[in-house]
Ligand binder design. Structure first.
Ligand SMILES: Cc1ncc(COP(=O)(O)O)c(C=O)c1O
Length: 446
């Protein structure tokens, strides 16, 4: 075991990490002046580039004007304005936004709000949550109960609430061994089956990532999937919560990923890039009708949060939204996303160990396989994704690891650069990934 100097309880327990010294645009520099291209914006967070002066200025102004204001005591302009900005951008009548710090927190709040909406409507028996296997919704116990990533759930199983799970829309490894379109979206209709089996009078909400990210690596669902899900939810008076913590805020080339599918959820959650990574900020958005019913019949959303509606975090979110608008960065993602996907597909898909390349906008997944013909994953114990990630990192390229795509096995990467990445930098990244993959797999497979 390596020594871990200092007093920090670090995220990595196997070895000490290099000190980061500075970051700018899509680049991070370490203590040895080595530069790394941050092609995943950390954990799919940094969307307008590192250290944006506009965000820093807005945060400084807010800190020096009024920093912490308790949200039950005063309103603040940044929180009001950011809510309005998001409501203007959100399709449908998602018009009320509640701000928190992390994505897990936003999902916890969404699960509770769904329950309270049903209570406000006199449907007290509705409390159960349906979510999907292979999903990622966060690490707090409610979000973890909803989450369908086996390895993250297993140690805490005795602590989890009994959420119900249906298979994910994961065409590369269809849970029903069917092929699209002949499958007739069996994975979507699984929601109907589970609601009917459990008794729709008990089901409060269905929670799903609009485009799954951290577990099945940007596996984009078939176009009709969400529309069918919306209809099933409506038929059973089940609320639809879409988790856009990773895929929202412009990441897929639209401000909200659900815009691609012509549906409107009852509740949407945002996080990660909502303040560009400068500060922790997440949100839930809810339809006006639900907001009104809770207000009229309950008087309050029984929730709180010392740091909810934080004006400094909101000022960062507002500055980020201004940058996205001023520089047309969401439009740029829509425009350049195809180029990024084409490059990754051309360079990586021909390799024997790459089974699939898929994605939308600036959210791309690359799935690794031991045997391309039968899609056999590498055994997790080989830690293929982590070792290959290390190799790329040593060469100065940062992407994001996703694991647990096939039960507890399976390896993938998510490539999700800041929206400002240039064509030249995209070429550099794709070339570096191609040569590193070839070198690595030649060594381990021969
Ligand atoms: C889709 C999704 N939801 C929720 C979360 C949890 O967000 P946080 O880590 O900010 O709590 C994540 C984090 O990766 C995520 O990808």
């Amino acid at each position: 075991m390596n020594e871990l100097p200092g007093n920090l309880f670090p995220r990595k327990l196997d070895r000490p990490l290099k000190l980061a010294r500075s970051a700018e645009g899509i680049w991070i520099e370490d203590e040895d002046q080595k530069r790394y291209m941050d092609a995943s914006g950390g954990a799919i967070v940094v969307n307008a580039g590192h250290c944006r002066k506009e965000i820093a200025d807005a945060v400084y102004r807010q800190l020096m004007s009024h920093d912490y204001i308790h949200p039950t005591m005063f309103a603040t302009a940044p929180a009001e304005q950011l809510a309005t900005k998001l409501a203007d951008r959100a399709p449908g009548d998602i018009s009320r936004f509640y701000f928190l710090s992390g994505g897990s927190e936003a999902n916890e709040a969404a699960i509770k709000l769904a329950r309270q909406i049903h209570m406000a409507n006199g449907n007290d028996s509705k409390f159960r949550l349906v979510a999907r296997w292979k999903s990622y919704h966060g690490l707090t116990l409610g979000a973890l109960s909803a989450m369908g990533r086996t390895a993250f759930r297993t140690p805490f199983t005795p602590l989890l609430k009994d959420a119900l799970h249906i298979p994910a829309p994961y065409c590369y490894r269809c849970p029903f061994q069917l092929e699209y379109p002949a499958c007739h979206l069996r994975c979507a209709y699984a929601l109907n089956d589970i609601i009917e089996d459990a008794g729709s009078e008990t089901i409060s909400a269905f929670l799903a990532e609009t485009i799954p990210g951290a577990t099945i690596a940007a596996s984009v669902p078939p176009d009709q999937y969400l529309k069918i899900i919306r209809e099933i939810c409506d038929a059973h008076n089940v609320l639809l919560i879409l988790d856009e913590v990773m895929c929202g805020t412009g990441r897929t080339g639209k401000w909200f990923a659900y815009e691609h599918y012509n549906v409107v959820p009852d509740i949407v959650t945002l996080g990660k890039g909502l303040a560009g990574g400068a500060i922790a900020l997440s949100a839930l958005g809810v339809r006006e009708c639900h907001f009104n019913i809770v207000r009229e019949n309950c008087g309050a959303f029984v929730h709180g949060g010392t740091f909810s509606h934080h004006p400094v975090a909101a000022s960062a979110g507002l500055a980020l939204a201004d940058i996205l608008e001023r520089e047309s960065l969401v439009e740029r993602v829509a425009d350049k996303g195809e180029r990024l996907g084409r490059l990754l597909t051309e360079k990586l898909l021909p390799l024997d160990a790459v089974g699939d390349v898929r994605g939308k906008g600036f959210l791309w997944g690359i799935e690794l396989v031991q045997d391309k013909k039968n899609r056999k994953p590498f055994d997790r114990s080989a830690k293929v994704a982590e070792r290959l990630w290390d190799r790329l990192f040593q060469k100065g390229f940062i992407i994001y690891v996703a694991t647990g795509l096939a039960g507890t096995h399976g390896d993938a990467f998510v490539v999700a650069p800041p929206y400002i990445i240039s064509d030249y930098e995209m070429d550099m990244l794709a070339d570096a990934m191609e040569s590193t993959f070839i070198e690595f797999f030649d060594e381990i497979i021969g």
